[in-house]
Design a protein around this ligand. Structure first.
Ligand code: FAD
Ligand code: NAD
Length: 474
């Protein structure tokens, strides 16, 4: 069917069906708004198709094989063979189930789904170009718009992505064979999650990072635990090295880096994975036609209602700025839809949790001790080392700790840092504590199931009050 230049109307137009956009669409549908969701690619966005879900699937599958091969001390001898193509096929099945689910949920909630690339043509209109020859375009007039176009990987000059030698995380998550040698540029979220995956799969992995340590957004003692473990599984770190360019060499390539003193180093590789951050996708939307100007980095400023400088235009997810995390985008999507429907909604979370799916995982929420001090609190911390946790011992994963930061006079939980197995799950209880205004006494008084990793949260809370039972008190 050829779609000509027809014009249709909708109350709420949402551009981008990632976690920000599809949640906004479903919530708007639930609130009986007339909503149209435009997506140029596959439903689910970066998170479901090329980010959160595929990376976590590969991390889990790799650990099944790796852990089985490392369990001789538990009386298990195995030498699992990994077929990366098979692993990637399984990962794609997981992704397919979720993206199909997003489409079904949107339809079930009355969302009009439209495939195509949207671009603003006026204050209340977009043109949606349909892919494929003769497919044409159509104009949609809207009352409200929600921009949820997400982000893309940043390119380094001299290291542009070519899908073969220099790759981004999306390509890395879809490789059909394990590179013999992989250089990863950047020891941030992606670099730290994926370098261990490839090292466990058998690649010789080198990580080059411009700063003097991994995961600069996290405290040193947290980053240290996961860096040490990554080294144990074979990752070779080079800190203080900025990637500059690559050249072909023999049957592979050479990456050149430079340190602060200007010394150049070279690293041989089959492929280079560049993971140096992500940038918002706002430059393809013709925002000037709408009358909206992004900031210098391309982000759209929003208020607590997820509203941009324009009364009728909202921005959610990665385009609305840091932290660029799926759950932050989802909450913004929900709020935008409710505000449009006239509900009394606002973004009023006290803290947004974050998790890094390294080995062991990291989970954080709220303030660190230093941040609490800087904000004028009198912080007290409580810790529980994982080596003292019965459950961690039975899992054979005893690296790390749970740390709770509380305000000493009132006992209110201000934040927490967890580096431990399943920290991404454990942090949910602590996020709830911060959100509810719970005290360390509340957490300590809550009976936690034995033997679980969750008990470590209770012990850390009790440690802050000098009454932990299973670890020495301060
Ligand atoms: P996106 O998910 O990027 O979706 C935007 C959508 O908009 C896309 O589908 C795109 O095709 C569409 N679009 C863009 N322009 C147009 C247009 N003009 N017309 C129509 N459609 C358009 N976050 C976590 O919280 N936890 C994790 O474990 C995690 N792991 C990650 C792992 C990796 C490797 C990566 C890359 C990211 C990860 N993230 C994780 C971050 C997470 O993926 C993003 O924060 C999240 O996807 C942002 O959601 P969004 O809706 O803003 O945008
Ligand atoms: P990042 O910002 O986490 O880390 C980038 C790293 O690259 C930094 O440590 C930086 O110092 C380094 N760097 C920059 N330029 C360099 C150069 N020339 N040479 C060497 N090192 C250099 O970025 P990312 O890992 O690409 O991840 C992007 C975003 O995706 C994250 O900020 C996060 O929002 C999201 N993400 C989240 C998760 C999760 O929630 N578990 C997982 C993956 C990605």
């Amino acid at each position: 069917m050829v779609v000509g230049d027809v014009t249709t109307g909708t109350d709420v137009l949402i551009i981008g069906a990632g976690p920000g956009g599809y949640v906004a669409a479903i919530r708007a549908g639930q609130l009986d708004l007339d909503v149209t969701l435009v997506e140029k690619d596959i439903y689910g966005g970066t998170c479901l198709n090329h980010g959160c879900i595929p990376s976590k699937a590969l991390i889990s599958a790799t650990d099944v094989a790796y852990d089985a091969g490392q369990a001789e001390h538990m009386g298990i001898t195995a030498d699992p063979a990994v077929d990366l193509e098979g692993m990637v096929d399984w990962k794609d099945e997981v992704v397919g189930q979720l993206t199909g689910g997003v489409e079904r949920l949107c339809k079930a909630n009355g969302v009009n789904l439209m495939k195509g690339r949207a671009e603003f043509t006026g204050e209340n209109a977009v043109r949606v170009a349909h892919d494929g020859e003769g497919q044409g375009s159509e104009t949609i007039e809207f009352e409200h718009a929600v921009i949820a176009t997400g982000s893309r990987p940043m390119e380094l000059p001299g290291l542009e992505f070519d899908g073969e030698n220099v790759i981004d995380s999306r390509t890395a998550l879809a490789l059909d064979s394990v590179p013999a040698e992989l250089v990863v540029v950047g020891a941030g979220y992606i670099g730290m999650e994926l370098s261990s995956v490839f090292a466990k799969l058998g690649s010789e992995v080198t990580v080059v990072e411009a700063l003097d340590g991994a995961l600069p957004a996290y405290e040193d003692d947290i980053a240290r635990v996961v860096t040490d473990r990554a080294e144990e599984v074979g990752v070779d770190f080079h800190f203080g090295e900025s990637a500059r360019e690559w050249v072909e060499s023999g049957d592979g390539l050479t990456l050149r880096t430079e340190n602060e003193a200007g010394d150049v180093s070279e690293f041989g590789a089959e492929k280079v994975l560049v993971a140096v951050g992500r940038e918002p996708v706002t430059d393809t939307l013709s925002l000037d036609a709408l009358g909206l100007e992004p900031d210098r980095e391309g982000f759209l400023a929003t208020d607590e209602y997820a509203r941009t400088d324009l009364e009728h235009v909202f921005a959610v997810g990665d385009v609305a700025g840091e932290p660029m995390l799926a759950h932050k985008g989802m909450k913004e999507g929900e709020v935008a839809a409710e505000v449009i429907a006239g509900e009394p909604a606002a973004l009023d979370s006290r803290a947004i949790p974050a998790a890094v799916f390294t080995d062991p995982e990291i989970g954080t929420v709220g303030l660190t001790e230093a941040e609490a001090e800087a904000e004028g609190f009198e912080p007290v911390t409580g810790e529980m080392p994982m080596r003292a946790s019965g459950r961690a011992l039975t899992l054979d994963e005893t690296d790390g700790f749970v740390r709770i930061v509380a305000d000493e006079p009132s006992g209110f939980v201000l934040g927490a840092q967890v580096v431990a197995p399943e920290a991404s799950e454990t942090i949910a209880e602590l996020a709830f504590a911060v959100e509810m205004g719970a005290t360390v006494e509340d957490i300590g008084a809550t009976i936690h199931t034995h033997p679980t990793l969750g008990e470590s949260v209770m012990e850390a809370a009790e440690n802050a009050r000098e009454k932990a039972i299973h670890t020495l008190n301060r």
